[in-house]
Design a protein around this ligand. Sequence first.
Ligand code: NAD
Length: 261
Amino acid sequence: MISLVLLGAAGRMGRAVEQAAAGSADLQIKARVDRAERLPPPGARAAGEAWSDSLESSLAKGDVVVDFSAGPATRAAARLAGARGAALVSGTTGLDPAAEAELRTASERVAVLRSANFSLGVAALRRALAATIAALPPSWDVEIVERHHRGKVDSPSGTALVLAKEAASIRGWKSDVLRFGREGRVGPRPASEIGVHAVRGGTWIGDHAVLLSGDGEWVELRHVACDRQSFAVGAVAAARFVATAPAGLYTMDDVLNPAGR
Ligand code: NAD
């Protein structure tokens, strides 16, 4: 039986992971952790449901933390998971370098899996993008437009950054070619540039379009998440993977295609 500790349990993704894990014979949700002001009052909890505002008091060796929270919480969770011997699945995006470093440090002691997007469709989109760029001349311009709900706090999305960096890498460019929005007299578009544009509003769950534009024609590759279950099911698969994996830093590619990319 795999014991899950959900960090950010009261949030949109925390609730979706709870739903995705429900009824699985090999998984139990041992604890749900969130900020004190977000914990449901005792009367609103289901029988036997454990909630806490402290990961430290909830985590033991062998547990799997599933984290959809925010940068500072992810950083603290990585430090604690490494110290306690608990595996970690983190989907939190917009992390600062200190949190990124803490995840790498933890991965020397426990299995850590990070993904900016747990959906199967985005994994397929990434492969389609690599194949499409390789099939087109380098003169074709690449731009990414992402749309998310009004509550999203980081921009552009982690997924848009992954797509843009992978596109840059296939072209042999560094990440400094990414151009986040345009305003004013910016002049003609340089050939070695990848535009990344973030739209925010309403309840969009996640929409990523990659536009590849040539002379007189263009191609659009697009993924739309209409339900958070598309991410939650992948996060649960990742939790099963890290529960038995040796220490190391993993991505969804290791779960979806363990024999290699
Ligand atoms: P949300 O705001 O609905 O939920 C985040 C939860 O984390 C909140 O309940 C908040 O109280 C909690 N939290 C924040 N700081 C905490 C702390 N110090 N201790 C305990 N709990 C804390 O946000 P969301 O839509 O669920 O998204 C959460 C994160 O997951 C974001 O970074 C988002 O971009 C990312 N996300 C990733 C994927 C993916 O597939 N990787 C998919 C959707 C969202």
